[in-house]
Structure formats: C-alpha cells, structure tokens
Design a binder for this molecule. Structure first.
Ligand code: CUK
Ligand code: CUA
Length: 640
C-alpha cells in the first residue's frame, strides 16, 4: 500500500520539512531534528505526529515505553506466532510474539536457496508452471484458515499483488504447497477467507483492466473493470468471479459468510493519480455471497478465460430484485482497509484521504433501501486512517499513516455519537500513541477471529528513519510491538523490530492452534521415498539416467555416480534421518543443483549433464562434525 499513499507520504515529508526549515538543512534525520528542536526550543508543536516528543526534554522523549517486563528469556518460547507478509520480497516471515524474534521465513513467490525453494522439480513446477513463471511476487495479506471463526492451523493463504496470484502454505510443514494464477485479475490485493469455515479464499482485484485483457479497449478506461475471485481452499480452483467497474482494494468477510466487504477507491475510473483522487466519495462494496452462488447456479454468468464471471456492476440486472449481488456503500475518500468486528456486527472502512472511519451495520444491509443508510457511524479519528484491528473488548485500533500514530477508540461510542458534527475529533477516541513512523497495517493477536486475545498489537511502520543503525539508502521498516492488555494504563510501546522490506499485513495466532511437524510424514509427499536398498544409477535411455540416493550423516549412499555428457540426469533423494533438526542438502557445483532435505523428505531434481568432468556433490546444511566430508563425486564422461 505504500504505493497507494505515496501522496500522503510526500505531504508528511513536506510537513516535516516545513517544521524543519529553521533548524536544519535537508538530510537531517528526525533524531537530529529533535535535538536541534530542543535547542531551538520552539518548533516542536509544529511536527505532526510527534507532539509528545517535543517538550524540549531529552529524557522525556519516549513516554510509556514498557521495558523488559515482557521479554522472552533465552531458551523460553513465545506465546504467539506472527505471520508477516514480505511485500515484494515475495515471502512470508514468522515471528514469535512477544519477543518479535524472527523465527523463520517461508519462501512463496520467490526463489530461495536456503530452503531449496524453486530448485527441486516440484517447487519449480509450482513457480514455473502453476504460478505462471514469474520470478517474483508482492505478498500483502497473510490469512490463516478458520473453522467456526477461529484459527484451525491448517493453511495460510497469501496474495501476490504483482502477478495476480494466490498461494497456500501448509502449516503442518510451514511450506508453500499450491499457487494459482488467477485469470481476469491484475493486482490481486486483498486476500481473505470467507468465514466462519474458510469456504473460499477471496482474491480482491485492484487494477482495472479490460476483461478479458486481450488487446481490446486499450485506451478506453471507461470499459475497464476488476474482479473479486472466490477460490476453493482445497483444490485452489477459481470457482467464480464477480465483475465490478471500480477497482477494489482490501477485503474482509462477515463472520457468518453472508457478505464480503471490499473497499474501492477511484470511483471515477481514472488512470492518473489526479483522476484517482478526484472524488470525495468512493465505495465500500458489499458482495452478497449466497446471492452470487445462486446466480452461478442459475447460469447467470459469462465464462471468461475459463472462469464463471457474475455481473456485479452497480447497474447489473442481478441487482434489480430484493436479493442484489452487490451493494455500494458510499465511503469517503479513497478508503483503504476494511475489517469486520469480532462480534460480526460491523464492517469498518478507513478513509485514507479522509480522517474518518465508516461503520457499516452488516445486518442493516439486508433491510435498507439505500445502502448509505446502513452506515451507523463515521468517527473522525485522525489523518490518514488505514487499517483497524480489534481487542475483543469493544475497541478499534486504527493506524494513522499521516499522523504516525495508532488511535484507540470505542466502537459503540462512535455509533452512539453518530452523526457527529463538524471537524472535531470523535468523542469515541480514547487515546493515541506515537509510532515510528507512518504505519500501514497493524494487527492485534487473533484479531481476525471472533475472540481476539486483546494483549498484543504490532504496528507495521513503513518508515524507520532514525530507529536503527544506518545501513545505506535502503532502510528496514519498523515493526513496533505495543501492549494493549491494560485499558487503564493505556497502550504501551514495548519494542522496535527492524523488518526487511517490506511487510504489509500480519496475522497473530496463539501457539496452541498450530501443530507444525519436525519430520515429514512420507505419506504427505508426492514422491516415493528412497531407502538404502534402492540406491541405484540406472540408464533408462540413450541419453537419460535415473539416480536414487539417500542422505544421512555422513554420505549419500553411493560414493560416486557416472553419467555421460549430454545425459538428462534425474536424481531422486530421500533424507533417511528420523531425527528432528538434522537437515542435509544435495548441492552440485556448476550444475546449479541445490536441494534441501529435511528428515524423511524426498525430492527430485533434473538437469542436463552438459559439461564433462568431475563434480563434487556436497551437503550444504551443517549436519555433523563430518559435514564437510559428506560428499560424493559426479563423473561426467565425455561423449566421443
Ligand atoms: S495494504 Cu499495504 S499497508 Cu496491501 Cu493491506 Cu494497507
Ligand atoms: Cu549433511 Cu551436511
């Protein structure tokens, strides 16, 4: 979303610069500015988002920082898993909460050598065939599957905004096991499960294009559209899509699966930034899931690129009766995040270019003639509201991108105060905490379930400015941990965590809801395992050799294998270790072979032996004291 808010970001910088003018030249970090400001003793209040930092007293720079109390000592385990998207790194990161230690990365749309991802035949098939052959992705929204509105630990789904894809991570092994390249969709942005039981994964299409995008209507943006895609979580097939005229953004599901909500900006259908921000009102689009399913069943769809596409535009004939497939709820202005409250009563959209959030009464959507009448609250929260998370105690926590703050507010109080008048901050606002700086998403523990835990909140700040040692022009982001478990004491900043660019959203799951396995169950793998009796070098054709190897401390079963120049070589290899945490790999220099092998894992790799000579096959995972000796020779005989 950094792209979405480039504008505000610039504004923010402008404001900083303005405040900064008297005391520093360009290039001075905020901390330097703080000091200069303290000496100058004046400019303080002018710095948006940091009022409390600016009292001229260096010792008072960070109020309400909670120290050490929540540390996880060496050898102790965290209470929660946090899954963070990796943005255009294309992966997913796993943190422990509250330590914020990064425990693992899961490659998804990226090739990754430490985990051999995109190197063996199967993962190459996923990336190169199923996944469309792109070399990167842009992951934003990691969502864990739910049963009965609670995390069930089966899968994590993640979108690819860059290439219109959705991936599934198997949480038994913390490993990507499916990728679908979604037709009729460019820029799959929001990703969400349809609740309560993960009936579908929804991919929310952001970029408007001609549908089908086959060269028609090239420069006729009025004919562009986008789609909402429903994907079967088991098969990963796209079951249906709904076409709309607008571009969609983020999404979330009603807890009972009745409606799915997506924000939509650029209601004027523009193609330039100026056009995209022209209108003061855009939409939160509500998709009526049962009505869409019925339309599909009745054959009221058009098949485009093999997908059944239902017409969900405002003027669709399917919107004429009393069971419309879509409803368009006016929402100011270029709204961004939308999330449903844990009790399932409201969908809350954040205004982004408007200081308000819009509260939609989900049950009322079925009653009102004018969808605008389903809006039951519009509290003014602060500048640049983007995303809202929940603690299960009736509070919303909303990121304020421009103000560099998180605001905590009372949802029912905002409904009671509706309609609020004028430009005043809403009486529903309870408190604000400074974050550092410019937060995109935030997430609270178990916030997407019916029963959030209400203790931890991570603010995923896009800019880290002066928070870490400088490392050149590419800065880390700053994921800040905030304790929200004590309403009386208020929000408390606990720690800063540098994040490799660039996480967008996250999901925090209690450890009791996951059951990751340290050893593969061979039943779960496609390939038959190789054991010591199967070791083999078999010439199956004039130019094809099939090799079966094992890995164990400290050999590959065979000391050498011989093939001929030009052979296609297929190696199947099983790590026959049964002990957790004993990984091996098969690396073959100059043949670009790199297969990671966890205990009881079987993988296959195929390559052409086109260079005669001696090549040491070695193990790249440090596995024992004799790890360096764990090697064997590949002898490639010249063909005369
Ligand atoms: S988006 Cu980037 S911070 Cu893709 Cu959910 Cu809002
Ligand atoms: Cu096996 Cu190192």
């Amino acid at each position: 979303m950094a792209d979405d808010t480039k504008n505000e970001n610039n504004n923010q910088n402008d404001r900083d610069d303005d405040a900064n003018k008297s005391s520093s030249g360009s290039g001075m970090g905020r901390r330097g500015f703080l000091k200069a400001g303290a000496i100058a003793g004046a400019a303080g209040a002018a710095l948006a988002g940091c009022p409390r930092l600016f009292n001229g007293d260096e010792d008072d720079v960070e109020p309400r920082v909670l120290e050490l109390e929540h540390d996880v000592a060496p050898g102790e385990l965290d209470e929660y898993y946090a899954f963070l998207s990796g943005g255009h790194a294309g992966d997913v990161r796993v943190y422990g909460v509250p330590s914020m230690r990064q425990i693992m990365r899961i490659p998804v749309f990226n090739r990754e050598s430490a985990r051999g991802w995109g190197h063996d035949d199967e993962s190459r098939q996923l990336l190169e065939e199923d996944g469309g052959g792109y070399t990167w992705g842009d992951t934003h929204h990691p969502r864990v599957s739910q049963t009965d509105n609670d995390y069930d630990g089966r899968w994590l789904f993640i979108n690819d905004k860059a290439n219109g894809r959705m991936a599934r991570i198997n949480l038994k092994y913390f490993e990507t096991d499916a990728i679908v390249d979604i037709p009729n969709q460019q820029g799959t942005h929001g990703a969400c499960v349809v609740l309560p039981d993960t009936k579908y994964i929804i991919g929310v299409g952001e970029f408007r294009v001609p549908i089908p995008n086959d060269g028609r209507d090239l420069d006729e943006p009025e004919n562009y559209g986008s789609t909402l895609a429903a994907i079967n979580p088991e098969t990963m097939n796209v079951e249906w899509q709904v076409r709309v005229d607008c571009n969609l953004d983020n999404g979330d599901s009603a807890k009972d699966g009745s409606w799915f909500f997506s924000t939509s900006y650029n209601s004027s259908g523009g193609v330039t930034e100026e056009e995209m921000t022209r209108d003061d009102r855009d939409w939160t689009v509500a998709f009526n899931i049962p009505a869409i399913e019925e339309a599909v069943e009745q054959g009221e769809y058009e098949e485009i690129n093999g997908v059944r596409v239902v017409d969900g535009t405002e003027d669709s004939p399917l919107n004429e009766g009393n069971n419309p497939v879509t409803r368009y709820i006016p929402t100011p202005k270029n709204p961004h995040g939308v999330s449903v409250t844990p009790d399932g009563k409201y969908a809350i959209s954040s205004g982004k270019l408007d200081p308000t959030a819009t509260i939609i009464d989900i049950a009322a959507l079925n009653e009102v003639d004018d969808p605008a009448d389903a809006v039951v609250g519009r509290p003014q929260l602060g500048m640049g509201p983007l995303h809202t998370a929940y603690d299960g105690r009736g509070h919303g926590y909303t990121t304020l991108f421009v103000d560099s703050q998180v605001v905590k507010w009372d949802i029912e109080a905002a409904v009671e105060a509706h309609p609020e008048n004028g430009d005043e901050e809403s009486p529903a606002v309870i408190e604000k905490i400074d974050v550092h700086y410019n937060p995109g998403h935030l997430i609270a523990s178990e916030s997407y379930t019916a029963e959030p835990a209400g203790d931890w909140l991570i603010s995923l700040n896009k800019l880290s400015k002066d928070r870490f040692l400088p490392v050149g022009p590419v800065f880390p982001e700053n994921d800040q941990l905030i304790y929200i478990g004590d309403d009386e004491a208020g929000m408390q900043l606990v720690k800063d965590t540098p994040a490799y660019p660039e996480p967008h959203d996250a999901t925090i799951v209690h450890k009791s809801k996951l059951d990751p396995q340290g050893v593969y169950d061979p039943e779960d793998l496609e390939l038959d395992a190789v054991d010591m009796d199967d070791l083999d070098v078999q010439r199956v054709d004039d130019d094809r050799v099939e090799i079966k190897l094992v890995s164990r401390r400290n050999d590959f079963g065979l000391d050498d294998v011989t093939v001929k120049e030009g052979d296609t070589v297929e190696i199947t290899i099983t790590n026959i270790e049964g002990t957790e945490d004993i990984l091996h790999s098969l690396a073959i220099p100059q043949y670009d072979v790199n297969v990671k092998l966890a205990p009881q894992e079987t993988r296959q790799v195929t390559f052409t032996a086109d260079k005669p000579g001696v090549y040491w096959m070695y193990c790249a995972y440090f596995c024992s004291a004799l790890h360096l000796e764990m090697r064997a020779r590949l002898l490639v005989e010249p063909r005369e």
